[in-house]
Design a protein around this ligand. Structure first.
Ligand code: SF4
Length: 226
């Protein structure tokens, strides 16, 4: 079990499917490092999840944060961190255990980025969005093969979901492609819109295929224990 911790709020990015900039604000608001440290020192659990939306928003602050965390000797997971050698080295010393990384294609950019994390002993949980307009059935199958090829440690698959206050919602709604407005189904595991290159049923099956194929050799629990 991990304790949850916030070192900052807000996200200056505005990614296509994400409503965080609406919910948490578009301005990155890092907490002062001494306040962060003061709170971290009160947490007994040595496993943390830094739930900040993205730590990769201010390199100087990020470096100071990791330097300050080194003496605490905790293990932690987080969303994306900057992947320069200096920051990865500091993150590793500070106890980086897993980082989330969006894997949106099979490019060398992604391959190299995952490799860099691994070189510093940091594991990667990929977040993989299925159902984007540029994905065909073959693209999705190729993407799953790619995740296995690059030895991604864990993968979390989600179906594109048109949450309000996102560009995804605007686009799909404008094109009358949303067929389900029961928000109980907006759990990122159910298809609620008409995909561009396949039927909703096909995309739903590809979502199950992705989970089954990635975890075929080893279950999620077993991979976590590696
Ligand atoms: S996906 Fe992450 S980086 Fe992009 S807007 Fe949302 S929180 Fe920010």
């Amino acid at each position: 079990m991990v304790d949850l911790f916030h070192a900052s709020r807000g996200c200056r990015f505005n990614c296509y499917p994400c409503c965080v900039s609406f919910l948490g604000g578009r301005q990155f608001r890092p907490r002062p490092i001494d306040r962060v440290l003061e709170e971290l020192e009160t947490i007994e659990n040595n496993r943390l999840f830094l739930v900040d939306n993205s730590l990769a928003q201010n390199n100087e602050w990020e470096k100071e944060l990791f330097k300050a965390m080194i003496p605490l000797k905790k293990k932690w997971c987080s969303h994306t961190i900057e992947d320069t050698p200096e920051i990865l080295d500091l993150a590793a010393q500070a106890g980086a255990w897993y980082v989330y990384q969006a894997v949106f294609d099979t490019s060398d950019y992604i391959r190299d980025r995952i490799k860099r994390y691994h070189e510093y002993g940091i594991k990667v949980e990929g977040t993989i969005l299925l159902g984007l307009d540029n994905q065909t059935e073959d693209d999705i199958k190729r993407l799953i093969d790619f995740l296995l090829e690059i030895d991604l440690d864990l993968a979390e698959f989600t179906v594109l979901t048109p949450f309000h206050h996102t560009k995804t919602y605007q686009d799909l709604n404008n094109a009358n492609r949303i067929f389900d407005t029961d928000y109980n189904n907006y759990n990122a595991g159910k298809v609620v819109f008409q995909p561009k290159h396949m039927s909703p049923e096909k995309l739903q099956n590809l979502y199950y295929y992705a989970w089954d194929t990635f975890y075929k050799g080893q279950s999620q629990e077993e991979k976590c224990l590696n």
